[in-house]
Structures are given as structure tokens and as C-alpha cells.
Design a protein around this ligand. Sequence first.
Ligand code: ITT
Length: 190
Amino acid sequence: MKLVFATHNKNKFTEVKAMLPHHIELLSLDDIGCNEDIEETADTIEGNAILKANYVRDNYNLDCFADDTGLEVKSLNNEPGVYSARYAGVSHDSNANIQKLLKNLKEKEDRSARFKTAIALNMEHEEIMFLGICEGEIINELRGDSGFGYDPIFQPNGFNKTFAEMTLQQKSEIGHRGKAMRQLIDYLSK
Ligand code: ITT
């Protein structure tokens, strides 16, 4: 079975590929010749996942799924949320995003946060959504070199390590993307 994962994010692709059973051939946007930056204009995480998956279906007519992920921080009214990639103004500048978040949280006592992943699957004319949430807190310094994005400042509940201090497998076992992906894998196996 061939399935396109509508992402330009190589870290996401690596995490997802490591979870999928071998009989599923995962294709990236590069693999299908798509260099476009698919514009994320929806105002929800779910909406952006649908938008990215629909782009591939409508332009390439291939079975596909897309992942949109956001970090929701409770004391910041769930910001950066849908704006996680461009929180500090420049798209995908993780360091600037982290610095802005730490600054905005300086005076806050409640540092609880959650990652939310929405995976939109378009397959054989069906559209299905899978959600994965991981609760945790934002620590006040960067720890660890693994992962990507906000991983060095996010510590999932029940652990004293950030995602960036975990292996890919550990992150997937407890993380937002892993939770959504296991539902997708379940669905595909039926
Ligand atoms: P695609 O849209 O091409 O899939 P993206 O990097 O734009 O890739 P998102 O819009 O879903 O992906 O991600 C929003 C931001 O959240 C982005 O800056 C990421 O670095 C960050 N992010 C996403 N998943 C993450 C994770 O598992 N751990 C830490 N940060 C993450």
C-alpha cells in the first residue's frame, strides 16, 4: 500500500515512518514532486491538517494523510496553538519561538501545556481525523538535543525528561503524534 505523508518536516516524517508497518510504502511530498509550501490558512489545528491532506488529494489524486501539531499553553490562553510554527513572527524559527514562549511564561505560575496532533487521512474517498494529545509542562530552560521544535522545553507529565532527552521510540510511545498514529495504524489494519 502506498500512502503520501503531506509534510515538508523531515523530523515528523522520520517519527511517522518509524511507527508504520513495513508493508506501507510511505512517500514524502518530495517523492511525488511537490515542492509547494502548502499554505496553512485555517484557524484550527484540525482545519490545517485537512487543508494539507486535501491539497495532495486534489492535486495528485493519491491516498494521503497530513499532520498538524500545535503546542497549547494553558496560562497563555492556549497560545501558540495553531500559530506554533510562526509564534515569534518568522516561520519555523524554533529557537526564536522557544525564547518568546519562555519570556511570556516568566511571570506565570501555571506552566502546564499540551501538544495536540491532528492527523487527517484521505483514503479511497473517505476523510477521517485522528487526534493525539500529550499533557505536560514547559520547563524554564532548554534540555536535550533530540527531537525538534519545542521538544527541548516540553516535559511530559510523569517524566523528568524533556522530549528532547528521549529516544524517538520513547517520544512516540507517550507523545501526541504517536497517539494519533496508533489510531491511524489501527484503522489501516482493518
Ligand atoms: P508540515 O506542515 O510540513 O507538516 P510543520 O513543521 O509546518 O510541517 P506544523 O505546522 O504541524 O508542522 O508544526 C507547527 C510547529 O510546531 C512547528 O514549528 C514545529 O517545530 C512544532 N512541532 C510540531 N510537532 C512537534 C513535536 O512533536 N515536538 C515539538 N515541536 C513540534
